[in-house]
Design a protein around this ligand. Structure first.
Ligand code: ATP
Length: 213
């Protein structure tokens, strides 16, 4: 049985494709183009942020881990407080991830089951390789852009310093590793056409999904 068949005992489910890449590589930009082709997208990082205030079980566990200071009086997450802790304490980051990742995964699975008409869906997440989440997907696309360009784009987008972007890059897996693990690479380096690359991958994955049915 092929890798895809093994993961898809229920053939009505869409194939599950991941889009990942380092900070500022262009994941969201790439996903917007897939979205324009009609591909349903689950923005896992955005949902993780939302789940941390919406999901009562998650909120309870986060408070147990960090104390009630983890949330502001209006119920929103006290991001600077949490970031201040997890940035310097790897164990606390792992504990936070152990609360949030399974909740996001479960929600993503339920969401995928609802996309019955689509040949494939995309899950966009920055740390698909680092978290091991890629193993549960059928195909993974990594978006590559040179570091200088990523730094420039994120500084402009978020109004942050070069040091702040570099600090986040340092916490992520190296691009070469991501490229080795990926099934497809999209080069968002200003030299290759994004639309052309995405169209080609879209055709390939759509026909894979067809042969599965
Ligand atoms: P993050 O990891 O921070 O969520 P990301 O990988 O999703 O980032 P985007 O938000 O898609 O990256 O892109 C980063 C910034 O670079 C955005 O402001 C986006 O508009 C810009 N950008 C991305 N690709 C291109 C491109 N090909 N040409 C011009 N600007 C681009």
């Amino acid at each position: 049985m092929s890798k895809i068949d093994q993961k898809h005992s229920n053939s009505k489910l869409p194939l599950r494709v991941g889009v990942t890449g380092g900070i500022g590589s262009g994941k969201t930009t790439v996903c917007r183009i897939f979205e324009s082709l009609g591909v349903p997208i689950y923005y896992a990082d955005d949902r993780a942020k939302a789940i941390m205030t919406e999901n009562e079980t998650v909120v309870k566990k986060v408070k147990e881990l960090f104390g009630t200071q983890a949330y502001l009086a209006n119920g929103t997450l006290n991001r600077p407080f949490i970031a201040g802790i997890v940035f310097h304490d790897k164990k606390m980051l792992e504990s936070l991830n152990a609360i949030v990742h399974p909740a996001v995964f479960e929600e993503g699975e339920r969401w995928n089951e609802e996309q019955t008409g689509a040949p494939y869906t995309i899950k966009e997440a920055a740390l698909l390789f680092e978290s091991g989440g890629y193993k549960k997907l059928d195909k993974v696309i990594t978006v590559f852009a040179p570091q200088e360009l990523r730094i420039e784009r994120v500084m402009k987008r978020d109004g942050v310093s070069e040091e702040a972007v570099l600090a986040r890059i340092k916490n992520q897996m190296a691009d070469e590793e991501k490229i080795k693990l990926a099934d497809f690479v999209i080069y968002n380096d200003g030299k290759h056409s994004l639309v052309q690359q995405i169209w080609q991958i879209h055709q390939e994955i759509s026909s894979l999904a067809d042969t599965k049915k």
